[in-house]
Design a protein around this ligand. Sequence first.
Ligand code: SF4
Length: 178
Amino acid sequence: MINNAEFLSIFVDIILLSRCVTTVKEIILVSACLLGLRCCYNECNNTDQLILDLRKKCILIPVCPEQLGGMQTPRPPSFFIKGDGSQTLEGIDNLINDRNENVSSHFRKGSEEALKICRLFNIKTAILKDKSPSCGTHQIYLKEKLTKGMGVTATILKFNGIRVMSENDIRRPDERKN
Ligand code: SF4
């Protein structure tokens, strides 16, 4: 038999434990530029208030794969010359910058580092900036033409079972950005 004091102690433990469980927030990887960090090639950001507001419900981890891949900010813009991120991850050098320099290895490295962060924090969802050669989830630039495809980091995360969404995927159709 347990006495009243022991019962009270167990009851308090259960209350504290349930509080811990209910306050666990989902951790989401987010393109750093969407959270206001000036990590774009031209030193700008893509601040997105709807994504910033997710901080009330989730823990957001900002990541810029191009910086993680060793590229500076500002830096020359990069684009695909063939295929998309899946070919880059196969080892094909299909990314160049506007100085005609091959930058594919930087993109591969950045994608691997982003994946490491997801594994460190057991992240299951990523919200990434569409149209970027790293973060693009639905579209990328093939030379100067916007085309269907995924960036290198979006691809590696998807291949590893992480749900990858763009900034538009969390919006109603009438609220989507161009
Ligand atoms: Fe934003 Fe991704 Fe480009 Fe970094 S690599 S600036 S996070 S879109």
